[in-house]
Design a binder for this molecule. Structure first.
Ligand code: CS2
Ligand code: MG
Length: 408
């Protein structure tokens, strides 16, 4: 079965998405997600100018060979642009293989290891009452695990607070915004470290000991600050503390680990299996936060999880709205098949996005399931996608009180 066309589709229903659609000479089509939030067009060019011409005429059945060919023949390895482009090809070929076999992709990966994927949603509020309302709202939607982010006294804006934008017209992920320049936010780590334990104490008091609670530190702390936070959150029994330090310095996790038993999750900005190698082997993390979309697709995600299984490290795949429904489906299939699944982030896309991407997954009683359609179970309505051209959008950035740029 030969690849005859590969189209790169850019659409911005509630936010920007880049999708690769591969068609074979047998008339089968496959979709892959290549969305790189805030740098979308770089991947479009990488695909259109350098990858698509190499795909035409290739054997669509040879997923691993195509992956290795694109990775190794490019010479310049790794990096989010390269790996998002390769991811899209990998996902599209798995989608095609599933359709050819008349099976959902999770069946090709070994079949289901569980009935559904426990998912967590994002509760947030600038104040405690607003946060409690948001947690209750998520519980009513069925979520049984909840990420908690709040405002910090003295700071105008803080990562992950949905209140900054509401309604269907909003950009479909709270911090990112349409516009020609990144929004500037403020940051004070000491104020955050003082405030956060009081928030978790109040949430535990209100919602009891059972509810799994997660928190995202979004790369903002030094190792010793992260160690201190992990320690001060221990009484509130977090499911995980995510991205407590910037991911570039992996040694930092060793120091954090020496000081706290709060479980650690990292890796949403990692691109390859090698980024996780030392962290898994030295058991410095508990959850792999990779996303199929930025990690080279389904094939490497499966490999890193099999490696992690030896060390009892579990999955916690990155699932914000900047992962398209195609990328989300891809990692749901992996999550259902692997033994060491942990949890799946699930933020929910907006209505326009769901009209562009027809999906077959279900979310019931807190559990996701990718569905049983052949392939990934997602189709793209090209006409609907065409109604929403690309719009410039950036993630925000941070400055400290004295004007220094800080990690966002
Ligand atoms: C976040 C992301 O979901 C998460 O854990 O860290 O929302 C992140 O801010 C965005 O994916 C950036 O594109
Ligand atoms: Mg995160």
């Amino acid at each position: 079965m030969k690849i005859v066309t590969a189209d790169v589709i850019v659409t911005s229903p509630n936010r920007n998405f880049v999708t690769l659609k591969i068609t074979t000479d047998e008339g089968l089509t496959g979709l892959g997600d290549a969305t790189l939030n805030g740098r979308e067009l770089a991947v479009v060019s990488y695909l259109r100018d350098h990858v698509v011409p190499l795909l035409i005429g290739r054997d669509a059945d040879r997923i691993e060979d195509t992956w290795q060919f694109l990775y190794r023949s490019g010479y310049w390895r790794r990096g989010p642009v390269t790996m998002a482009a390769i991811a899209a090809v990998d996902m599209a070929l798995w989608d095609i293989k599933g359709k050819a076999a008349q099976m959902p992709v999770y069946q090709l990966l070994g079949g289901a290891s569980r009935d559904g994927l426990m998912a967590y949603g994002h509760a947030s509020g600038t104040s405690l009452p607003a946060l409690f309302d948001s947690i209750r709202e998520h519980q009513e939607q069925g979520y049984r695990s909840i990420r908690v982010q709040t405002g910090v006294p003295g700071l105008k804006s803080i990562y992950g607070i949905a209140a900054q934008s509401t309604g269907e017209e909003r950009y479909d992920h709270e911090p990112a915004q349409r516009g020609a320049y990144p929004a500037e936010e403020d940051w004070d780590t000491r104020a955050y470290l003082r405030h956060l334990p009081t928030v978790f104490e109040a949430v535990r008091h209100e919602f009891g000991p059972d509810l799994p609670l997660l928190h995202d530190g979004h790369h903002r702390m030094t190792p010793i600050q992260a160690a201190k936070l992990g320690k001060s959150l221990e009484p509130y029994d977090l499911f995980w503390l995510e991205d407590c330090t910037p991911a570039e310095n992996q040694e930092a996790l060793r120091l954090v680990r020496q000081h706290t038993t709060t479980p650690l999750a990292i890796g949403e900005i990692f691109n390859t299996v090698w980024d996780f190698q030392a962290l898994i082997k030295e058991q410095l993390i508990d959850y792999v936060r990779a996303a199929s979309t930025h990690f080279g697709g389904i094939s490497p995600l499966r490999k890193v999880m099999d490696y992690a299984a030896q060390y009892q490290v579990k999955s916690g795949f990155h699932g914000p709205t900047d992962i398209s429904p195609v990328g989300l489906a891809a990692q749901m299939h992996v999550g259902l098949a692997i033994h060491n699944f942990g949890i799946q982030e699930y933020m929910q896309h907006g209505a326009r996005t769901n009209a562009v991407f027809q999906q077959s997954f279900t979310f019931a009683d807190g559990y996701l399931h990718p569905g049983d359609l052949p392939g990934l179970g997602v189709e793209l309505d090209v006409d609907e996608a065409g109604r929403y051209p690309y719009e410039v959008a950036y993630l925000p950035y941070n400055r400290l009180a004295d004007g220094t740029v800080h990690d966002w």
